[in-house]
Write a protein that binds this ligand. Sequence first.
Ligand SMILES: NC(=O)c1ccc[n+]([C@@H]2O[C@H](COP(=O)([O-])OP(=O)(O)OC[C@H]3O[C@@H](n4cnc5c(N)ncnc54)[C@H](OP(=O)(O)O)[C@@H]3O)[C@@H](O)[C@H]2O)c1
Length: 320
Amino acid sequence: MKAVVYDKSNFPDTLVLRELEKPIPDDNEVLVKIFAVSVNAADYRSMKLGIIPKGKIFGADIAGRIEAVGKNIKKFKAGDEVFGDTASCGFGGFAEYVSVTESVLVLKPMNVPFETAAAVPMAAVTALQALRDKGNIQPKKKVLVCGAGGGVGTFAVQLAKYYGAEVTAVCGEKNVEVIQSLGADHVINYNKEDFTSGGKRYDLVLAVNGKHSLTAYKRVLAPKGIVVMVGGALSQILRTMLFGGLMSMGNKKMQLLKAKSDTEDLKFIIKLVEEGKVKPVIDRCYPLNETPKAVKYLSEGHAGGKVVINVKDCRENLNL
Ligand SMILES: NC(=O)c1ccc[n+]([C@@H]2O[C@H](COP(=O)([O-])OP(=O)(O)OC[C@H]3O[C@@H](n4cnc5c(N)ncnc54)[C@H](OP(=O)(O)O)[C@@H]3O)[C@@H](O)[C@H]2O)c1
């Protein structure tokens, strides 16, 4: 099979297209023929930190068709169309095939294209867990999403609207239009306006990306409000780990999210996608051999939604 392998010795072009043996699933695994895989910050951040998957193949969010199953597999059969987040079982998505445990996969509805399904797992589950589990989102609450333009942000805006919140989205110039189209009530272009210096207050602030200090985020909270730190600079995450508890004294809270892959959450989100209530935003698609370009584009930090790799021409695989 073709796969994009991480090879440190080939610096600076560390992602290299190679021909590898097709994996053989063990008794507890399924072999997935991958049609599409999306890129996440987890891919390039892990590379930078030297956290390399055992098989040296990155790419977590896969969508494809099951080709073979191990003898202990109960949930799936060959031919099933599936998608999921393989980060917890070694990544492996930047390839034509991957063998994974069945517990990370969910059936893909037939009417959801492979690219769309691949755009969902990590980003959408992160947004959901930030809003629902850490942020305790409620109808009519005022929610601000800082870093609304990217993978997590575009899902967060739509899910917050789904839960009935009044949503303010903060993004750069080029993403204003797309964020408006997702139903945000107010869109702030961070090049023109600093939301932390105005008088507006929010019940929930989702800090997905941005350069604000923890005190600036806390300043825009309404009484009993909560900041959920999702991402951004490593220094912000570390500061939240160190000072989040201290900053949560009083009636305003600061929480750090560590999202966990969860197939029940995936089922919930894909149903919203199927019903047209949530629309994954795909900025760009690349073929498998251009995976290095796709990862570079995302790591530059200004993608408008998700970046997806078409591993196979899906029409070809559907015999259309
Ligand atoms: N806590 C967790 O468990 C968890 C899970 C997944 C991801 N994350 C983290 O969440 C962050 C976002 O992930 P992602 O997948 O959404 O990344 P992404 O797709 O690369 O999106 C990042 C977005 O941030 C926006 N941005 C850049 N500078 C900004 C600024 N100064 N103010 C506001 N927005 C800005 C960019 O849009 P513009 O062009 O509009 O600026 C870009 O679209 C990453 O740091 C990632 O590591 C955390």
